[in-house]
Design a protein around this ligand. Structure first.
Ligand code: SF4
Length: 58
């Protein structure tokens, strides 16, 4: 799995509302060890923990 924020269990994706649905965008934030803005494609840091398949980016 590619070591980028999108694939880390600490990443939370952001969404935009389009009509009646929500679409995931490339922006998001990290919740560990403190809150910070990150892009899905940002290179992973030393706190990277691989997201398990059931933990799809939300
Ligand atoms: S900044 Fe580090 S801990 Fe946060 S989502 Fe990216 S790889 Fe994971």
């Amino acid at each position: 799995m590619e070591p980028i924020c999108k694939n880390c269990k600490h990443f939370r994706a952001h969404y935009v509302k389009t009509g009646r649905s929500y679409n995931q965008i490339s922006d998001g934030h990290c919740v560990y060890p403190m809150l910070k803005i990150r892009k899905a494609a940002t290179k992973a840091c030393e706190h990277f923990r691989e997201r398990k398949p059931a933990q799809a980016a939300r």
